[in-house]
Design a protein around this ligand. Sequence first.
Ligand code: DGI
Ligand code: FE
Ligand code: FE
Ligand code: FE
Length: 188
Amino acid sequence: RYTRNELLDIVSAQMPARRWTHVEGVIETSVRLAHRYGADPIKADLAALLHDLAKFWPVERQEAVVREQGLNPELLDYDKQLLHAEVAAFVAEQEYGIDDPEVLDAVRYHTSGRVGMTLLDKIVCLADYIEPGRNFPGVEHIRELAEHNLEQALLAGFDSTISFLIEKGKIIFPLTLLARNDLVRQLD
Ligand code: DGI
Ligand code: FE
Ligand code: FE
Ligand code: FE
């Protein structure tokens, strides 16, 4: 079992300073959103701390974890950016002893989203879009939505990712489309 400070050291050692600044932004934003929307701020803090721990691992190492540890093999057929989320959840559980399934799921689905996202899933995924260091077109609008409506803000985030992927001619992971459609239904 590691203390929070030990986890901060372990995770920050695995990424460049610029990415660590992003993680600090996601921590701060997740905790703020947790207070606003009634999630557990301790869980939000922990999931945010862990969410990108594998982001700067070599892709081959991420793929090896997916293959050898029986993670969702479908991931191997889509953008490599999707791997780090499931790998992080696996490492957090197996190597760092994190045993809270809500925290592990929020890490695991922070990139793709999923159908039936929990409050904590939504908060970490949205915080990842709007933390203070982000500046993609439309981020200000998503930040404003995030003040009032968690689902609307997250939907705008997924829509922006999906539009970006289409714009770039990239393949879309089907779960992202399902997650997006599920949010539209929740907003009906
Ligand atoms: O790890 P971060 O950069 O903080 O953010 P993230 O984990 O949300 O990764 C988002 C990146 O993944 C973004 O550049 C788009 C890319 N990506 C590629 N294919 C997909 C995808 N993102 C989603 N949600 N769905 C995809 O199919
Ligand atoms: Fe990520
Ligand atoms: Fe995200
Ligand atoms: Fe992130």
